[in-house]
Design a protein around this ligand. Structure first.
Ligand code: NAD
Ligand code: IPM
Ligand code: MN
Length: 347
């Protein structure tokens, strides 16, 4: 029996994870669940956003299903105690360096996309984002200059092994899709990116069947709106991948639709919607649970190799959407649990 760690977290995290759990339960699979506190919720009870018991559960479990962390009431805490450290800590401590963020338009959501329907319809891409390096995990500091001015400083850095291993993931993904890999960087300005581009070009030799191109991140942001159908797999670093994936979400209707997988070297994974805790709608039953439900599908596919069950979930979400089920972010009126009901009915 596979053990799934449930980490609902803050804000809409518990609301969307509850729906994902209902969908998993309905499949009748041999799964067991244990829940642990993370984020602000954990800070309140255990005085730390990632208590040792929660980290221990994540390590013991076959996979983690994570909601979201973050709460404005904790924005004033020192950085090490802020809710976001739960997800950053899990990624780093579990070595979850490979972040897969698939982006596709579900039929019927053309109207919810910020793009023209014919442009939105062509979207089927995968963002492969490096998740344990870059400016996120370089040295962070603040201080005063010799003239007394406050400064903040964050170091952007990648070494070649970190780049090569995520590049392998990107090339492998592209080889299994339409054979096109776009590496996104800022090599015209940043040394980190210059090394990134060099190493990606070296890894390409192992994948002669994949067509590799490079693009600067500012252009990539523009092209994602102009003609997103041109992209197959987008390979990029931690910071650029964070920003581009939120942007890509609106191209297919809502940030409430995008799931993600964060994988280690052996395929162990943490699965979470790309969105945050959405404090503006938390506790109101307004959140779209599809990103969390689709994250559960990714968990079954990648960590438990339950391909048929994963396909069933994805087909049920597609059918619910095609049947007109919409939460407010998609222009509809359904509550979080009613959207869950629609997916369950389609299942
Ligand atoms: P957010 O993703 O939480 O919300 C951005 C906007 O999208 C909000 O208007 C929100 O209502 C909407 N939204 C997000 N998810 C939705 C859903 N499922 N259904 C409908 N609408 C949805 O980003 P933010 O407001 O910048 O951040 C809020 C908090 O979440 C912060 O503390 C941030 O650090 C944290 N955060 C956490 C994660 C994570 O846990 N992985 C990811 C992103 C942000
Ligand atoms: C995400 C989030 C996180 C990130 C935050 C909460 C640390 O925005 O998963 O996209 O920046 O990686
Ligand atoms: Mn993000």
């Amino acid at each position: 029996m596979a053990l799934i760690a449930l980490m609902p977290g803050d804000g809409i995290g518990p609301e969307v994870i509850a729906e994902a759990r209902r969908v998993l339960d309905a499949l009748g699979l041999d799964l067991s669940f244990e829940e642990a506190a993370v984020g602000g919720a954990a800070y309140l009870t255990a005085a730390h956003p990632l208590p040792p018991e929660s980290l221990d559960l994540a390590e013991r479990a076959d996979a983690v299903l994570f909601g979201a962390v973050g709460d404005p009431q904790f924005d004033g805490l020192e950085r090490e105690l802020r809710p976001e450290q739960a997800i950053l800590g899990l990624r780093k401590k579990l070595g979850l360096f490979a972040n897969l963020r698939p982006v596709r338009l579900f039929e019927g959501l053309e109207d919810a996309s910020a793009l023209k329907p014919e442009i939105a319809r062509a979207i089927d891409l995968l963002i492969v984002r490096e998740l344990t390096g870059d400016i996120y995990f370089g040295e962070h500091s603040r201080g005063r200059t010799h003239t007394g001015l406050r400064y903040g400083q964050d170091v952007m850095r990648y070494d070649e092994t970190e780049i090569a291993r995520i590049a392998h993931i990107g090339f492998t993904a592209a080889a299994g899709r339409r054979g096109r890999l776009l590496s996104v960087d800022k090599a015209n300005v940043l040394e980190t990116s210059a090394v990134w581009r060099e190493v990606v070009n070296e890894v390409r030799r192992d994948f002669p069947e994949v067509a590799l191109t490079h693009m600067y991140v500012d252009n990539a942001a523009m092209q994602l709106i102009r003609d997103p159908g041109q992209f197959d797999v987008i390979l990029t670093g931690n910071l650029f991948g964070d920003i581009l994936s939120d942007q890509a979400s609106m191209c297919v209707g809502s940030i409430g639709m995008l799931p993600s997988a964060a994988l280690d070297e052996d395929g162990k994974g943490l699965y979470e919607p790309i969105h945050g805790s959405a404090p503006d709608i938390a506790g109101q039953g307004k959140a779209n649970p599809c990103a969390a439900i689709l994250s559960a599908a990714m968990l079954l596919r990648h960590s438990l190799r339950l391909t048929a069950a994963a396909d069933r979930i994805e087909a049920a979400v597609a059918a619910a959407i095609a049947g007109g089920a919409r939460t407010a972010d998609l222009g509809g009126t359904l509550s979080t649990s009613a959207m869950g009901d629609a997916v369950l009915a389609a299942l």
